[in-house]
Design a protein around this ligand. Structure first.
Ligand code: SF4
Length: 463
């Protein structure tokens, strides 16, 4: 039996991110491959580095896609299905909108794959047919399958997967590619899953059953997997690695002897904790992604993200820098509290607090989130082309205090300012953290700004 998992990425998103210096491999499909029984022959394409060859033949193609990649995933599915290859799709978009996705594929997996994957593969391998309209429970896994006309099936995990005993991800299936391959690592891993917060634009709380209840892999298992990673650099794809400080500190202590460099995502709460920072640094943490999102407290409060308090930004970032940990901030524009001054004020503050780097995006109300429901109810969703839900190239909702065009131009202006030589110099002079990689990374973003972005940004300057 031959299985080909695909990590799908829409061409528009690929183009928007093509010049980023450091990109980390996605973990979903290498982990799914590890969960696949040994008699299945598994290959893998991650579209960030390689295109999919739809002429190849497999017994099953599996696709994972976030919302902006959904339409492209449907095109891939159609190309395979026309040639009689069965296609299963899972991941964020399939979990949020299974009824839409099943129109384009044979099988949908809703939620986490761990508990249902063996069930799906067994049904494919033995060509199991169930009566259309039935809804069945698998006693062994407690997973359910809903059978639709044409033997299309939707599998759902009934309970959160246990993370103890997870196999090591199949890193042999991660291929490097592209101009920036020398900066790549195969060291993607998870230690925890879930996040206790419920920011209203975020899809994480809606992807797993009880996603606000944290789950943890045993520290010894995580450390053993990290030790088995050949690369020096490791990325923990946890939603919030510091959500449980006691677990995080135990993990960091176990990582110290392994002498790796690692990065992950955390919230500002972790930066308040001196012991967390000290152990993180000692265990090789070089940077943390922290979703600051806005410098307007009203915007944060309106997005149910009041756990971010703007007046703490500067002090906490300085504290992380004191431990040699760089901060990559998530910054978004398009909240209801954002006015026309938000762009200039954000650029100023990001310079004053010595931010190392920022992923600057448009706020995207993903389907299935409270933000989407609220904006849709108010008639403010103005674009339903999922391809445009990438937070980079299109505004998909009507902002409250400006036009969509002004939001796009202001966002692009902020990016060009943040990644201008003067701003990079100012920020990194204050930070003084990891300059040997932080300077090239900033320059990578700067040279990645296309002429199209710069010309739209000029519209904002002219206003
Ligand atoms: S803190 Fe981050 S992961 Fe958690 S709900 Fe908010 S945006 Fe999502």
């Amino acid at each position: 039996m031959r299985l080909h998992p695909i990590t799908a990425e829409d061409p528009l998103t690929l183009q928007a991110r093509a010049r980023e210096l450091i990109r980390f491999p996605q973990l979903t499909m290498p982990l799914l491959a590890a969960l696949t029984p040994a008699h299945w022959q598994v290959s893998h394409t991650d579209e960030i580095t390689h295109p999919v060859d739809t002429r190849c033949t497999y017994d099953l193609v599996g696709i994972t896609a976030a919302t902006p990649g959904a339409l492209h995933a449907y095109e891939l599915a159609e190309a395979f299905r026309q040639r009689g290859v069965k296609v299963v799709m899972g991941g964020p978009h399939a979990t949020l909108l299974p009824a839409e996705v099943i129109e384009h594929v044979d099988i949908v997996v809703v939620g986490e794959a761990e508990t249902v994957w063996a069930f799906v593969l067994r049904d494919v391998e033995y060509e199991v047919h169930y009566p259309a309209g039935s809804h069945l429970l698998d006693e062994a896994t407690q997973a359910t399958v809903e059978v639709l006309p044409g033997q299309k099936k939707i599998y759902r995990c009934a309970r959160p997967a246990t993370l103890a005993g997870l196999p090591f991800a199949r890193r042999d299936l991660i291929e490097h590619g592209g101009w920036n391959k020398w900066w790549a690592t195969k060291g993607a891993i998870i230690a925890t899953r879930g996040c206790p917060h419920r920011c209203d634009y975020c899809s994480i709380p809606h992807l797993y059953p009880q996603a606000n209840r944290m789950r943890f892999r045993p520290v010894t298992e995580v450390a053993a997997e990290v030790a088995a990673i050949a690369d020096k650099g490791v990325v923990f794809w946890d939603d919030n690695i510091g959500a449980n400080p006691r677990y995080a500190k135990a993990l960091f202590q176990a990582l110290i002897p392994l002498k790796k460099w690692w990065t992950s995502q955390a919230t500002l709460a972790s930066l308040r904790d001196e012991e967390f920072l000290c152990l993180a640094a000692a265990s090789g943490c070089k940077a943390l992604f922290v979703g600051l999102e806005s410098i307007y407290q009203s915007s944060l409060d309106g997005a149910n993200k009041a756990h971010n308090q703007v007046h703490y930004y500067q002090g906490l970032i300085a504290k992380a820098h004191a431990y040699g940990i760089a901060i990559q901030a998530g910054i978004m524009f398009g909240f209801d509290g954002d006015d026309k001054d938000v762009f200039a004020r954000t650029v100023d503050i990001m310079g004053e607090i010595g931010l190392d780097n920022a992923t600057i995006s448009l706020m995207v109300p993903y389907p299935g989130t409270p933000a989407y429901a609220r904006l849709q109810a108010a008639g403010r969703i103005i674009d339903d082309n999922w391809r445009h839900y990438n937070g980079k190239t299109h505004v998909v909702h009507a902002p409250r205090q400006m036009t969509p065009e002004a939001l796009l131009a202001g966002y692009e202006w902020a990016k060009t300012q943040f990644y201008s030589p003067g701003h990079i110099f100012k920020r990194l002079s204050l930070s003084q953290t990891g300059l040997w990689w932080n300077i090239p990374r900033n320059l990578g973003y700067m040279f990645g700004l296309t002429g199209e972005v710069r010309s739209r940004a000029a519209m904002h300057s002219a206003e």
